[in-house]
Design a binder for this molecule. Structure first.
Ligand SMILES: *[C@@H]1O[C@H](CO)[C@@H](O)[C@H](O)[C@H]1NC(C)=O
Length: 188
């Protein structure tokens, strides 16, 4: 190493480079945020794998999976966004497939996709009843609870990604998975 070029200044720079690596996140050697500190957090980890989306801000996911009966910090506001994103995805899907689709058809598809039946089925399929936090007198497997949590999940993805595109992707993925599983069940 000791070349004539190794002036004190160069040596200083070298020391700085060693002390402060150019990739500051390399110091996060502990790996991903501790998401397995409780059964709830472990379930949130699995949920992210199932929906194929990893949250940058896991608090959003935590909030989405919290019913209003459990905490004032809950997923209701996120669910408003999730519902709008689901309707928009279904309306776009209909018009993308057929530019000439009638307003009534677009409207019907949008309300079907966002219906309580559809979202409760998708939410159940992805395991929400076993994850969502509710007060002891509230049933985590009631359709409105599952549905609210699923919509909040879609909304949380949109906020986390700062884009409804990511949310719409998760929405379609859940729909396709749920439809496939319903078809498989019907075939048995
Ligand atoms: C979110 O996206 C909008 C529109 O692209 C952008 O203007 C805004 O700065 C973004 N916000 C954050 C927090 O990244």
């Amino acid at each position: 190493m000791a070349t004539p070029l190794a002036s004190p200044i160069l040596r200083c720079l070298l020391l700085l480079l060693i002390a402060f690596p150019s990739h500051p996140r390399a110091t996060a050697a502990a790996g991903p945020a501790p998401l397995s500190s409780s059964p709830f957090d472990a379930a949130l980890g699995k949920l992210q794998t199932r929906i194929g989306y990893a949250f940058g801000a896991p608090d959003l996911l935590r909030r989405a999976m919290t019913h209003a009966s459990y905490s004032r910090e809950n997923g209701r506001a996120l669910a408003v966004l999730g519902l709008a994103a689901a309707q928009s995805a279904a309306a776009l899907g209909t018009l993308a497939a057929d530019n000439d689709a009638a307003a009534s058809a677009v409207s019907r598809r949008a309300s079907e996709a966002a219906s309580e039946a559809a979202c409760a089925a998708a939410g159940t399929h992805v395991g929400i009843p076993a994850i969502v936090r509710v007060a002891s007198r509230t049933s985590a497997s009631a359709a409105p609870v599952i549905c609210g949590a699923l919509r909040a999940l879609i909304g949380a993805v949109a906020v986390d990604a700062n884009s409804t595109d990511a949310a719409v992707e998760v929405f379609w993925k859940l729909h396709v998975l749920t439809a496939a599983s319903a078809a498989a069940t019907a075939a048995m």
